[in-house]
Design a protein around this ligand. Structure first.
Ligand code: 13P
Ligand code: SF4
Length: 300
């Protein structure tokens, strides 16, 4: 059944010059049928470069919006348009605008996990893969408001020595990883290295050996495959690791992002057949959001 659905999906991609982009948190069968799998930075870079007429974004809504902003002349589809993000939802544009107005001399640095309307109020966007690099490029005396992820913001402050003011948002998936549980696992698996996403709490990151975006964590395993790892991020990265380095031993805390898992092969097929749901961004918001996204891409 799944095989024939996957074959129909691939055939439609060929007929319609469509490309399927999938985030590493997608279900394995979605990653298997995709043309490209990546973290949020790589998905934006691929969207910017693709020659396809249609981009099907198997990720959460802000990832499809970013592709739509970068590719105004392409059709951007998402298999389930209700695939949101608790972190992006924690920062509404009107509230950010009010914060910005209270701090007129501050730069606004926004995590890519935000709506297009929030990006439109932003000076530079960052992803978990380039946040340290980009914040380090800002003038040393710059006053900065950072949002919406307080855990990533804390991590950037700690690593760069900056004193950014932080929005009080978090990702419900990463914020619920517990340091006590991780400490217990480290006792059970004393040789394992801990890989963690910077959306985790500071006390979890303190117990971790490698902190980075999904792509950074996967790249580390590819470079050191003969190892045991405790993986402290959402489920899905194990698919790519299993494909490219099956010898790596992964200990997972089993915590999926339910938004990412809303996409199924059946929804993906229907989306390609109907060319819907389509993700669009109003031209004025898109024009304002494009500047901080392009700045990020040119600095990455
Ligand atoms: P990446 O930047 O690693 O793709 O992470 C995105 C995300 O949503 C993490 O929860
Ligand atoms: Fe958003 Fe968290 Fe899901 Fe990432 S894991 S897409 S931050 S809800």
């Amino acid at each position: 059944m799944n095989r024939s659905v996957s074959m129909q999906i691939r055939e439609l991609c060929r007929q319609k010059n469509a490309v399927i982009m999938a985030h590493y948190y997608q279900r394995p069968e979605i990653q298997a049928v995709a043309d490209f799998i990546g973290d949020s930075l790589a998905l934006a870079q691929q969207a910017q470069q693709t020659q396809a007429d249609i981009i099907v974004m198997c990720g959460v809504h802000f990832m499809a919006e970013t592709a739509a902003i970068l590719c105004p002349n392409k059709t951007v589809l998402i298999p389930d348009e209700t695939a949101g993000c608790s972190l992006a939802d924690s920062c509404q544009a009107a509230d950010l605008k009010a914060w910005k107005e209270q701090h007129p001399d501050h730069l606004i640095v926004s995590y890519v996990n935000t709506s297009a309307a929030v990006k439109a109020l932003t000076d530079v966007v960052v992803t978990s893969g380039n946040a340290l690099q980009i914040v380090n490029r800002l003038p040393e005396d710059a006053k900065i408001l950072f949002g919406p992820d307080r855990n990533l913001g804390n991590y950037i402050n700690q690593q760069t020595g900056r004193k950014m003011d932080l929005w009080n948002g978090c990702c419900h998936v990463h914020d619920r990883f517990e340091a006590a549980r991780l400490a217990h696992l480290k006792q059970l698996y004393p040789k394992a290295l801990v890989l963690a996403h910077p959306e985790c709490r500071a006390e979890v990151l303190e117990l971790s050996d490698v902190v980075g975006s999904t792509a950074v964590l996967i790249r580390y395993v590819k470079q050191h495959p003969e190892q045991e790892y405790i993986v402290v991020t959402a489920d899905g990265v194990d698919y790519e690791i299993g494909q490219s380095c099956p010898q790596a031993q992964l200990i997972s805390l089993h915590n999926a992002c339910e938004y990412m898992h809303q996409h199924t092969l059946e929804k993906l097929l229907a989306c390609l057949e109907n060319e819907s749901p389509r993700v669009t961004v109003s031209p004025d918001i898109a024009a304002a959001a494009l500047r901080p996204i392009e700045k990020m891409l040119s600095w990455s």
